[in-house]
Design a protein around this ligand. Structure first.
Ligand SMILES: Cc1ncc(COP(=O)(O)O)c(C=O)c1O
Length: 384
């Protein structure tokens, strides 16, 4: 069935400039919140290694909300904000790095991209490869990634290889493949990933319009903490009155190489996204934490799950277990606030959406309540 002819210019077909067109404004929508409709590269092109004429592969990632958390603030005695990265297009912060890594790969003529992944990088790679029209390949630890992430990677048409090994082994293998074959590696060892992810620091600074005292962040392969630190340092270099926050990293107790000071051969934690025993950006992460007066600490799975439930039930923000590590760490270890100091401002990075891992959510919740279809039965259940 065909409708009336379209006369609204906002619904006109794209002008066809560039791979995606967004950076040239070809597909830009109207609206008061136009920043939220822009892709990351378009928004920060002056701070990124791209030109407006480059082919940009974007899904309008970034510009995620910084949400004040009143109950968490009360518990900590500081003003705490949640950088809710679950609201990126594929539901995690990985989209920031992936728009840059895939755009750069396309610019260099790549026809395929590959990564090792605990799940979220796989989902992001799959979506951006689909958008670019190139082949996407992901290596994931067999049976160890959350259902939502696997569904995303498969649905976007990536070739998903289930490795009978852990993330660290998968990363070693994809590095070897990328060295030997014309296939672009888009793990966070790729510097374009760091470039994209550093932009979250710009957004926090813009949203707060002032001093951030500490950033609490989960650490797995250590790309994200490296990226935030780069972003904050760039802001500080441009304007020394912008102070550098303490970088406070948290790992899961069973996957805590940075805390122990040595690789963990068989990492294990409920927070599958950070089940990593030998982070690729180890040195950079330590430099970020020590150079900012921050620290690295760990939390148990129980503490992660407590924070996960607290965020969902008391703050109304649903993140995945790995993301809750930043809040679990803040609640357990603090963020380096000196007693008697002025009220501080702290941002906790919530790296991925709760819907990524429905199984853990169901396991951690009270069961649904069965009810017969009658008023009496409903009252029996509801009215106490
Ligand atoms: C949800 C989530 N949180 C945190 C991390 C850790 O980030 P990084 O590996 O950059 O340290 C990851 C990495 O996969 C992730 O998916």
């Amino acid at each position: 069935m065909t409708g009336p002819a379209c006369t609204d210019p906002r619904l006109a077909p794209p002008s066809g400039r560039g791979l995606d067109g967004a950076a040239e404004g070809g597909h830009r929508l109207r609206g008061t919140d136009s920043i939220r409709r822009m892709g990351l590269i378009e928004r920060y092109i002056e701070r990124l290694p791209f030109a407006a004429t480059d082919p940009i592969v974007s899904l309008n990632e970034g510009s995620t909300p910084l949400i004040h958390a009143p109950r968490l603030s009360d518990r900590v005695g500081a003003d705490v904000y949640l950088k809710y990265e679950g609201l990126n297009p594929t539901g995690s912060f990985k989209d920031r790095g992936m728009t840059c890594a895939v755009s750069a790969a396309v610019r260099e003529g790549a026809e395929a991209v590959i990564c090792a992944s605990t799940g979220n990088t796989a989902a992001a790679l799959a979506a951006y490869a689909a958008r670019a029209g190139i082949r996407g390949v992901v290596l994931v630890p067999d049976g160890k990634i959350a259902a939502g992430k696997l569904a995303q990677a498969l649905m976007h048409g990536a070739e998903v290889i289930a490795l009978r090994g852990n993330f660290d082994e998968a990363l070693r293998l994809v590095r070897q493949i990328a060295d030997a074959h014309p296939i672009a590696l888009v793990n966070s060892v790729n510097d374009f990933r760091i470039e994209g992810q550093k932009c979250a620091a710009f957004e926090i600074q813009e949203d707060l319009e002032g001093q951030l005292d500490a950033l609490c962040i989960p650490v797995g392969n250590a790309g994200n903490i490296t990226a935030y630190w780069k972003g904050f340092r760039e802001l500080h270099a441009e304007d020394p009155s912008v102070s550098l926050p303490r970088m406070v990293g948290f790992q899961a107790r069973g996957a805590n190489p940075l805390v122990r000071g040595e690789a963990v051969a068989a990492p294990e934690t409920v927070a599958s996204a950070i089940r990593i025993g030998n982070p690729a950006r180890w040195e950079e992460a330590m430099t970020a934490m020590t150079g900012s007066g921050g620290s690295v600490n760990d939390v148990t799975d129980e503490e992660i799950l407590d924070a996960y439930r607290f965020l969902a039930r008391e703050e109304g923000v649903f993140c995945e277990p790995a993301s809750a590590t930043s809040v679990a760490g803040l609640l357990k270890h603090g963020a380096g606030i000196e007693p008697g100091s002025d009220r501080q401002r702290i941002a906790c990075v919530l790296t991925g959406h709760g819907l990524k891992d429905p199984q853990t959510a169901m396991d951690e919740s009270t069961p649904v309540i069965p009810c017969e279809p009658s008023l009496a039965a409903l009252e029996k259940v509801l009215i106490r």
